[in-house]
Design a protein around this ligand. Structure first.
Ligand code: NZQ
Ligand code: ZN
Length: 390
């Protein structure tokens, strides 16, 4: 068990009628706000109208940056930073999923750089300490960006997708109304759900570090929640209980409450970020394809107990089996969840990805070293795992 500090300064308003607090939260930061959003889902579901009317009635001057791409581009972040610099913006509002929130965080950080270029922070591995305040209004239960210290930014010119980190990047305030996610297509619901699941699996549960029982039980509870409620949300998109469970699970997975001082391995995330950097695929789908293959690759007598425990606690695999057999059943149950229950296509070939870039992707994923986690992986291992995904 490691020593740890838990401190998450994000103030979360969770539930149906919380957006009325937006005004008071904005006004503590100033009178000029930049609203950042994506391709228009917030206009279709009415959230855009709610935000703009609250902001205008508060006497706050509103600027906008729309069109944030899934897998947000550094060039879009830089456009937002330029607006902040030119207009002396006091606070950045992000309304959308992880891409929009990450873009807003990147803007908030780049606004404090001299050249206004977020890529100089991202590529320099800078731990961000100075940002404009960000208020996140979440519409997709997935990335945990609404409560975490990370922003994942893509540079399509160089096929790079890299996390920008810093406690300063944690939003000051988040609004989580499960109703905002009613309009999510089932594909995004499925991808988001598997992202939540994998954050726990990748970062903590199978991080290969000493942890303690309370944390393992809590991690398993959140993963069970995803397994239980995602099919309901897919079948009944306006089921409040299902959307609420997934939304809070998204935040719990990465707000460090389940962390317990572990250093995250992020094995599947490192492999997936290369896939979306090269092929612009949906993050959660890439994770769903990689995760069962990764588990199959690392399965041996030393890793079997942890994998089998996942099966027993999360997927209801029977107890008392030989550990390797139990681990195999667990991987089968996980695959069924991804490809049958969630309905995600099971291979990279299905996404028109072949092995052309596997070697360089594997090297990038290891960033000159190796991937840690339940088992240490070198680029040659990663390349083999990618091939298992074809
Ligand atoms: O752009 P709009 O029109 O809003 O549509 C989006 C987008 O097309 C749509 N959508 C979102 N909420 C909706 C909705 N459509 C209808 N109704 C709603 N309520 O869904 C599509 C995907 O949105 P996006 O924000 O890209 O999805 P997600 O939340 O999964 O974010 C993915 C990004 O976050 C990064 C991923 O790598 C990817 O770039 N991640 C960020 C992390 C972090 N900050 O800590 C950690 C994660 O591991 C992840 O890497
Ligand atoms: Zn993720």
């Amino acid at each position: 068990m490691n020593d740890f500090i838990f401190h998450n300064p994000d103030k979360v308003y969770f539930g149906r009628n919380q957006l009325e607090h937006l005004s008071e939260e904005l006004l503590q930061f100033g009178k000029k706000a930049l609203l950042v959003y994506g391709g228009g889902s917030i206009k279709k579901n009415g959230l855009y109208d709610s935000i703009t009317s609250i902001v205008k009635n508060s006497g706050i001057e509103l600027f906008e940056l729309s069109g944030v791409e899934p897998n947000p581009r550094h060039s879009t972040v830089n456009k937002g930073a330029a607006i902040c610099k030119k207009e002396n913006i006091d606070v950045v509002i992000a309304a959308g999923g992880g891409s929009t929130i990450d873009c807003a965080k990147g803007i908030a950080a780049a606004a404090y750089t001299e050249n206004g270029d977020v890529w100089s922070l991202v590529s320099g591995g800078v731990w961000v300490t100075k940002v404009l305040p960000v208020i996140a209004i979440l519409t997709n239960a997935a990335t945990g960006s609404e409560m975490d210290a990370w922003a994942v930014i893509s540079n399509m010119d160089t096929n790079e997708k890299i996390g920008l980190g810093g406690n300063a990047l944690i939003p000051k305030v988040a609004f989580e109304n499960p109703e905002y996610s009613y309009t999510l297509p089932s594909y995004q619901t499925a991808c988001g759900a598997f992202d939540i699941f994998n954050h726990i699996l990748d970062n903590y549960y199978l991080a290969g570090e000493a942890t303690f029982d309370l944390l393992l039980e809590m991690q398993e509870a959140v993963m069970r929640t995803v397994v239980k409620w995602t099919p309901v949300a897919i079948k009944e998109p306006e089921n409040y209980e299902a959307r609420a469970n997934l939304m809070w699970a998204s935040s719990m997975a990465l707000n460090t409450v389940l962390d317990g001082g572990t250093v995250h391995g992020c094995a599947c995330h490192a492999m997936e970020h290369e896939l979306s950097a090269y092929y612009d695929i949906t993050h959660g789908h890439g994770l769903a394809i990689v995760t069962p293959r990764w588990l199959t690759y690392i399965l041996d007598e030393t890793t079997a107990p942890a994998i089998y425990r996942l099966g027993i606690k999360v997927f209801g695999v029977e107890e008392g089996l030989n550990e390797v057999d139990g681990a195999k059943k667990t991987i089968g149950a996980l695959s069924d969840f991804c490809f049958d229950t969630l309905g995600l296509l099971p291979t990279l070939t299905d996404l028109n990805i072949d092995e052309t870039h596997f070697k360089s992707m594997a090297e990038h994923a290891c960033a000159g070293g190796s991937i840690t986690g339940l088992r240490e992986l070198l680029p040659s291992d990663i390349e083999k795992i990618y091939k298992m995904c074809l």
